[in-house]
Design a protein around this ligand. Structure first.
Ligand code: NAP
Length: 305
């Protein structure tokens, strides 16, 4: 019997790649990935692993419908950090294509509405637009599960690398304060999504959080100190100070942490469910040990704050 097909958008990226690889390893579904460039290294690697690679663009709804033809399921990732406010239209295109092709189970990555959580004080488009897309999906009665993915552990390798201070110690900093910060390895999202696809009756209509660790940044600094054998500190950078930093997304990122600091005290329930869905999920401690060299290689030598 032919396997049912799942289309993964963003399959060449971190999150979609994790989902595509987990589904391929499980071999219960056939995997199709959507990419703008079928010749990229990541696309070719997935093809070698057994994925069908289809060229398309989330700006082009017809290419999405073609990609979803004959599919049972879709795992949908949109990328704010490349397209900014156009993420909403791309997400809408995806939702319309899902509806038009009669997909049986759509897992849509999403985030909470931070603007609403803060009563309009801290608009955070990369979260708010995903939440709006979630509402739009519900409005169209699409059989969907929404996966609220926490801050990736992997951000310590790119967006929030450790910095070396003048006194020889190391630090990372943002406006999270003492509030617990939920995090997850992006590589563990795939195992969660694969289980959700296995249990459509239980998961259609639900919003699930993907969380592998839920602790304070001070605790994470202690975990990193132990794993790397270096003194690593967390610096609380207040919202307004961070928002004034000289890079384009500073305000957006400052708002993200401020909403979490003030309105999301913890995500323990999400963490418990995540380990149930993917028992192989990495704790931050095991991730830090496994990625010690990569974290060290990413360290910035210039003290910025
Ligand atoms: P990524 O590694 O940069 O991958 C982006 C993917 O999107 C690529 O596979 C790319 O495919 C695809 N893509 C981009 N534009 C496309 C288009 N117009 N048409 C078709 N495909 C397109 O990013 P990621 O981390 O997997 O996902 C980013 C999303 O995750 C963001 O929206 C972010 O808000 C969310 N998120 C991030 C975190 C975090 O902590 N970093 C946490 C939760 C959620 P090709 O280039 O091959 O076409």
């Amino acid at each position: 019997m032919q396997q049912k097909i799942i289309l993964v958008t963003g399959g060449t990226g971190a999150q979609g790649g994790s989902v595509a690889k987990a589904l391929l390893a499980q071999n219960k579904f056939a995997v199709r990935i959507l990419t703008r460039n079928a010749n990229s290294q990541n696309a070719m690697t997935l093809k070698e692993l057994g994925a069908e690679v289809i060229t398309g663009d989330m700006n082009d709804i017809e290419s999405l419908k073609t990609a979803m033809q004959d599919c049972y399921g879709v795992y949908g990732v949109t990328n704010f950090w490349e397209h900014f406010e156009n993420e909403y239209q791309q997400g809408k295109n995806m939702v319309h294509a899902v509806k038009a092709t009669g997909i049986s189970h759509f897992i849509f990555h999403t985030l909470p509405d931070y603007n609403k959580l803060s009563n309009g004080k801290y608009p955070t488009p990369h979260c708010d637009m995903k939440a709006a897309l979630q509402e739009y999906t519900k409005l169209l009665n699409i059989p969907a599960t929404f996966l609220q993915v926490a801050f990736y552990y992997e951000n310590f390798l790119n967006f929030f690398t450790l910095q070396k201070a003048a006194d020889g110690t190391y630090y990372f900093g943002f406006p999270q304060g003492n509030t617990k910060l939920a995090m997850v390895s992006v590589e563990d999202i795939g195992g969660m999504a694969a289980t959700i696809f296995d249990y459509p009756a239980e998961y259609i209509g639900r919003t699930v959080g993907a969380v592998g660790a839920d602790d304070t940044c001070e605790k994470y600094a202690a975990v990193l100190s132990k794993a790397l054998g270096k003194k690593i500190k967390y610096n609380y950078i207040p919202h307004d100070v961070y928002a004034a930093f000289d890079f384009p997304a500073a305000g957006e990122i400052a708002n993200t942490f401020e909403v979490q600091r003030l309105y999301i005290p913890n995500r323990q329930i999400d963490m418990i469910e995540s380990y149930g869905l993917n028992p192989d999920m990495l704790t931050f401690e095991s991730w830090a040990k496994k990625n010690k060299t990569k974290i060290e290689q990413a360290i910035k030598s210039e003290a910025v704050v």
